[in-house]
Ligand binder design. Sequence first.
Ligand code: GLN
Length: 482
Amino acid sequence: MELTSLSLSEVREELRAKNVSPLEVLQALEERIARVDPAIRGYVARDFESAAAQAKNADVSLPLGGIPIAIKDVINVLGEPCACASKILRGYRSPYDATVVKKLRAAGAIPYGRTNMDEFAMGSSTENSSISPTYNPWDTSRIPGGSSGGSAAVVAADEAFAALGSDTGGSIRQPAALCGCAGLKPSYGRVSRFGLVAFASSLDQIGPFTKTVRDSALMLNAISGLDTQDSTSLDEPVPDYAATLGQDIKGLRLGMPKEYFVGGIDPRVDETVRAAIRHYESLGAEIVEVSLPHTGHAVGVYYIIATAEASANLARFDGVRYGHRAAGAANLLEQYGKTREEGFGAEVKRRIILGTYVLSSGYYDAYYLRAQKVRTLIRRDFTTAFDKVDAIVCPTSPEPAFKIGERSDDPLRMYLADIFTIAANLAGICGISIPCGFAQADGKALPIGLQLLGKPFDEARLLKLAHAYEQSTPWHKQKPVL
Ligand code: GLN
C-alpha cells in the first residue's frame, strides 16, 4: 500500500511506531504530488526544502507530529507566498504565521504547500483562480467545487493527508462534497481568523479537509480556541473531539428541513441523501421534520452581506502596500484605479461593485440593513429547529460536480450552488460534509455529500454523528483512479 493513501490518523500511527520517519512521509508526498498534480492542479506553490528541514526535527509524540498539512492560499504562512490566487497579490510573501498555522506547528505539523482556490475565496468552482482551474480527481473534465477546490482535490487525490480551507458560504463543505472527502466548517468564533485574508468578516471560518471524520476531530483540536489577536474568537473550552467518536447515537434527534427537500435538486442527490437519512434511522437516530421558513432568502441575503463586507475588506489592495502595482500612473488615484483594474479578476470586481452599491447612502437601508434583519430571522429559524433536534441533516450541494466552463457565464446559476451551505454561515452554526454515495455520469462516479449542521460550539456531537455514519458505510474508503 502507498504511504500517501493512509489517513492522517493512520500515518500518525506509523510515525509513532517508527515504521516510517517524517522525512520519508514528506518524500512520499512529494513524489505523489509530482505524479498526480499535473492532472489535478490542486497546488499553487510548494516548499519541500523548508518542510524537509522541519521534518528532520519533528517530534512525532506531538498530536500532529511530523504530519505535512496543505494550506489554502488565503492563510498566511511565514515566508511563503500568499496570493489568494489573485494577480493583485502576485509576489507577496507572508511576514507572519496565521494563528492556525502557529497552532498547527505547535502540534508538530509541517506546512509545505499552498492550495488553489477561487480568487479571494469568491466562487464555487475554483475556476476563478488567476493561476489555473483545479480539476476534480473523480473526473478531470469537472470542477472540484470551491472556493477551497484545491484543498478538497489534493486530499481526495491522496496528495495531502489533510488541508486547511476557509468557508464563508460553503467553501469547505461544498468542495468536500464534490470531491468525496470530509470538510468541516466550525462555529463562528471557534477558530481564530488572525492571518486569514478576510473576505466577509462576519461569515469567514477556517476549517479542515480530511479523509476521515476522526482526522477532522484531530485537526479541529489543533486549531481551535481563543486568540487575543482575533476579537471574534471565543473563550469556550475546547473538548477532546476524538474522545466521543464511536459512542452510541441511539435516540439522538436529526432534523430534516422540509424546505430542503422540495425539488430543484438533482434527483440522484435527493435519493442518495434520503437513503443516508434512512441509514441514520437504522443506527437508532430519530428523524424529525423541521422547518427553516426563511431558507428562500438565504442566497439573496448572503450576496448582499458578503459583497458589502468584501468591498470594505478588499479596499486595502491598492498597489501601495501589497503585491502588484500598476506602472505609469500619473497620480495616486490613477494608480489605485489601474492597479485594481489590472489586479482583480471579473468575479472579484463584480462583488466589489455590488457591495459598494448596497452600502451606498441611497441604498443602504433598502439592501444592507434589510439583509441584516432577514439574517436575524434565518438565525432564529435554526435556534427554533435546534430546540427540537440535536442536529440537522440535508444535502451539501444540490448537484454533483458540473463540467469546467459550464457555469462561467451565468453567475446567478453559480450562486445557487451555495443554497444549502450559506445559511450556516449566516447563523454562525457548525457544519460538516461527508461522503454518502455516488452519481454516475459519462462512465464516471461523482461523489455526493451529506451535510450535518449543529448548534454553535456543538462540534463534538456533530463529529460523533458524522463518524457513526462514516464507519457504518463504505463511501469514505472509495478512491478516484488516477
Ligand atoms: N461560493 C460562495 C461565494 O462565492 C462561498 C464562498 C466561500 O465560502 N468562500 O461567495
